[in-house]
Design a binder for this molecule. Structure first.
Ligand SMILES: [Zn+2]
Length: 55
């Protein structure tokens, strides 16, 4: 697996595996990855999007 790139700030993960602190989110069929920092800052908006899928 190639190193992941944060969908928001563009920072790349170190190593081949996704850090446990990073968050993946599938939006419109695209798999997006957020670094730990962006995940914290955007956790609410991500959850809102996830909730909207079920509603
Ligand atoms: Zn980021």
């Amino acid at each position: 697996m190639a190193s992941a790139t944060c969908a928001l700030c563009g920072v790349r993960s170190e190593g081949k595996e996704l850090p446990l602190t990073w968050v993946t989110s599938v939006e419109d069929g695209h798999k997006l990855v957020y670094c730990d920092r962006c995940a914290r800052e955007n956790l609410r908006s991500i959850e809102v999007k996830l909730d909207s899928v079920y509603w």
